[in-house]
Design a protein. Sequence first.
Length: 328
Amino acid sequence: MNICMVGYGMMGLSHSESLLRPEAGNDVVLHTAVGRRAEAVEAFAKRLGYRHWTTSLDDALADPAIDAVILATPSEQHEAQALACFAAGKHVLIEIPIAMSLAGAERVVAAGEKAGVVWGLCHPMRFRHERVALRERVAAGEEHIRHIAGRFCFKRLTNMGATGYMRSWTDNLLWHHFCHIVDLGMFLFEFDPIRRVQGYLGPLHPVTGVPMEAVVLAETEDGRTVLVNGSYHAQYRYQDKLIVTDRETYFFDSVTATLRTSEGVVPMASEQVQFGRVTCDFLAAVRERRPPLAAGPTVLPAMRVLQAVQDDWDARWGAQSIPGRPLM
């Protein structure tokens, strides 16, 4: 299976490392790397072992040898690049988020379903083993989730990425980071209808040009809730998830890679392992011609929640293009 990796940042590296592991399968070939800067993408391709590299996604998609594409690019590029991959008949794994608006997400879903290829999203929170087991207990009626909460806090006054590389793009707290936990809530609630969404998205920061704080609360028809809050002003990183059920309380700390319950604290697999599970599930889905666990249409409920918060901000401040989220 010949793979094309689009993007050479943190997620391009993470997916590439996952492709090199034995569990990815012995049929996987790192075929082509695509990136914005020739010198950088060439170095990336040589370091990871890609056979080819290019600065043109169109050229890569025109290559009949490429079977599948992984889009590890800036968030605002996902929609257009996914549509191009579908038009070329390639299987596609899209980094979170699927798009920067509900309308964009719906365009991608419609095109993906029409293309008849295998495609999915990189939503690693669905793949943590402890939460997979929880979802199975919920489906069996053995446990009932009441509340899910999460926090994303980073210092993002500059566009420095996690790898220390200065980005050419600007991240988005609502559409990127919050999408993770809102989607986890929709997934664990088995996509129950949403009754109400409340949210806060801050004003544009004078330096970054984006909202730096956000809060989202979504309530299902049967009274279960998902709460997410975060800030790009934090002096240090903290990132966690809390799940309260009728049997237990689960606190997932992503920074320390630990899970706390009433029975104590135990170690969890790293975030890199989570990314690897997403990648390997996508590869297996291509081989088996089945939807992956994070199939494209299943992310729409989360996108509807985010759009409700964005609509409120647009009504307050006026719909406008901001860094990392052009108005479309």
